[in-house]
Design a protein around this ligand. Sequence first.
Ligand code: THU
Length: 162
Amino acid sequence: MQEKKITLNFISSHLSELDIKDQELIANAKEAFVTAYAPYSGFLVGASILLENGEIINGSNQENVAYPSGLCAERVAMFYVGSKFPDIKIETIAVSVLSKSFGVTDVISPCGACRQVMAEYEDKQGQSIKVILHSPNDHVLIANQVQDLLPFMFKSPHLKKH
Ligand code: THU
């Protein structure tokens, strides 16, 4: 028996310390959360994706009265990119949040399903996707690749190809 450890690499920073490109992407994510449809949680999430061709795609969480039918902001944006720009690489995703019902002070971390989706697109494109998590008080956490947020991810070699 052997005990093993996994190291998680991330950067903790303040909005003002980021380069202008990352600050702009966060500004986009903040614009995106305004479009959230979140009447049940009052929790507004915006995700903004920067593609290698410079295009920026925004998404926000979309809820439904049949709760599991809704979708997180990250996957709304990721699936849009996957369907509209299948061959263009994703450089960065920024996620920002605002709660109408209580004071969220720190960054929120993408749920497991969103991490799995982001991690597979990262694998598919063979290039890291930077993840920027932004809080209402401008605290920022950065992971340089999705893989760092999802050790032991489920990968396609685990499935038999047809
Ligand atoms: N949500 C996101 O959009 N992204 C996350 O990373 C976490 C949660 C949404 C889903 C739901 O609409 C609301 O936030 C509360 O869970």
